[in-house]
Design a protein around this ligand. Structure first.
Ligand SMILES: [Zn+2]
Length: 220
């Protein structure tokens, strides 16, 4: 089941306060159309009843897809790589084999959904992304500020990412062959996982950097 609540939002334009419906949990196993509403941005869209100003809301939300065996906890601007939530643990703690992820950014949330729905391993994806990011940085001679999975095609034998380059965050697409994904699995596996850990963990650029470090260390 999905759960909702209400919160008071002050309009960034006119300052008027209004009560808006917010989602605490989005369960797409039972409410499939919520997936579309979240991915399209409709779920987080705010229209001020006083002045009509439109804005995007950001608040903590748990995305739940048990069929695809994953949960993503979206905590805007989270500054930790792990959160433990006792109430959530009580509710979902007995679910074994469910990947629990923590993201601090809406685009990251969408990327996780895309990755898991495609049957991919997000840890391996982060390792591939880190390697391609270095290539893009060399090719453009500029700083890459971020990137997300934007292509995965078995028939074309391609996996690719859209990166944001330089001050203006210009988009740069870099793809590679799928064998790179398979080869990167060994690096991702270098990070030891605790099967009993029920917390929500960040699997991102820092995670990939640590995985690469662990991998190199194990080869010495
Ligand atoms: Zn307003």
């Amino acid at each position: 089941m999905s759960t909702t609540g209400t919160t008071s939002v002050a309009c960034p334009q006119c300052g008027a306060k209004s009560e808006v419906k917010v989602f605490k949990t989005v369960n797409v196993t039972t409410d499939r159309n919520f997936r579309e509403q979240l991915l399209s941005g409709e779920m987080l869209h705010f229209t001020c009843p006083s002045c009509g100003h439109e804005a995007e809301l950001r608040y903590p939300l748990l995305y739940n897809d048990i069929n695809n065996k994953f949960m993503v906890y979206f905590v805007p601007d989270v500054d930790r790589d792990k959160v433990t939530d006792e109430a959530l643990e009580k509710e979902y703690g007995d679910l074994a084999g469910i990947r629990r992820r923590l993201v601090g950014d809406y685009n990251e949330l969408k990327e996780k959904i895309h990755i898991f729905e495609s049957g991919l391993d997000d840890r391996v994806i982060e390792v591939v992304k880190a390697a391609l990011k270095d290539i893009v940085q060399k090719r453009t001679g500029d700083t890459v500020t971020g990137g997300y999975l934007s292509k995965y095609s078995v028939s074309e034998d391609r996996i690719g990412f859209t990166f944001f380059v330089g001050e203006n965050h210009e988009q740069f697409v870099q793809t590679t062959r799928l064998e790179i994904y398979d080869k990167s699995a060994a690096v991702a596996k270098a990070v030891k996982e605790d099967e009993n850990d029920r917390s929500f963990r960040a699997v991102n650029r820092e995670w990939a950097r640590n995985a690469l470090y662990q991998y190199k260390k194990s080869k010495v």
